[in-house]
Design a protein around this ligand. Sequence first.
Ligand SMILES: [Zn+2]
Length: 478
Amino acid sequence: MKISSTYFNNYPKGNLYAAGKIYNSGIDYNLQLNYLKDYQCDSVSFKRIPDTTFINDLRELPNLTCGCCGIKMLKNSVVNDFLNRKIYYPASIALKRIKSENYFNESHASDEMKTAYAFLKNFADRNPKLTMQDILAKKAVKAKRQTFPKEVSAACETIRDMTKLVAHNSKYMIDEISKLNPKFHKTEKKVFKELQMLAKEYPQETFYDILNKSEVNKYYLTRLQKKQIDILDNVVGAVEDAPENIKTMVLDVTEKARDIFEKESVEILHKRGRVISHYQSLLNDYKDDSCVQKVLEIINELPDSKTDSDAFLIKGAQKSSNAIVEILLSRVRSTFEHVKPHKREGDNGPSNIFNYIALCGKCNSERQRTGYDIFTKAHPEMIENEQIQINKIIHFINHGILAGYDEYPVKIKKALDIESKGAIKININKLNLLQAKNNRKLRQKKIIEKKKSLNGSKAIYKFGKGLFKRNVMGKNDK
Ligand SMILES: [Zn+2]
């Protein structure tokens, strides 16, 4: 098979780098080729592949599990590639569709919008596989945009946002996500199941159109409202024996909460947040009362889009179809977690590898700036799962696959110990830096030999469209 130069050129820098890294890492040559084959590549250009034979990003380690919940995460580059190759339309198509779907109405558009559209279309037509994001990341496009009046430059972004709304139908989306086979958390599993059922019923329509059908919206809203009202009823039950003044206050704010949930338009956001803060501010002076504590506990159980599939789908109706897929995948993708939080007042944790562990998007967003001493009380599984993750990292260091991380185990052990006030004690006894060094040398040698043998016997040179292309694999190499 051939590996495409367009493949690498098709990607914004980050993805290009990741793709090159996968190609070059040499962990399992066939695996890499399969990876590229999945994306239907046909030839390769070597000129933009970074000069590395190793993985040097935690988020790219295969089968890494979350350091908190232990779920098997999706590699960062896999999610990016999936969104770019499978979910977003190429700009050349998206630009046509924003017209046919009436997001962009030429007869009413301003001159700036028309200029921006023509400019982007010109690039898109010449690079028919690139997404709008890729086009805007192109050097030539950036340079040209700087010469435009700022209204035209801003119009380019408006058009980009419009192209984000162009989406595949629900059947296609469900099929593609299923192929990626992400190990979703409980809530996302339920969301996915609901979307799957909806896609069966309305296969040709987009998630956005389906979730905005009045019968669909009403179905999820009724279910959500029932859960909300049940919780308000529980609050009323909890203050039955409370002192009269507290009881009156709680009943009063509960009536307001009922109105917010039942009477306010579905489009008004942050209802849950508002209701909770009403209770909190009103009851702030009575925090020591056991009834008040119970009320605040109950009210915190109000469903939200992170913990409840009905709430997710109601909120999702206000987002684009593509954004729904992004959110679902973001919850299981591998992300950098700052051990010492990045934005803690007066005490900023640095953004470098020695302050990073890998958490899934869901756990990462839940942790925020909480100290691990407190966080591990709510998530005791983190203590074991972080050790499992470090074991895996040490394995990849020892085998010479993960490079640039020799000091990582010692430093991260210390960082975790400090941030958790001793709750997370990591064992790094299996680290063997001598073995790591030897394995790295071996790997480098093997890869050089492999490249040499490919260059010697199999390389077929050809010139096409001014690009230097090379057929790297013969038939018998598979
Ligand atoms: Zn997690």
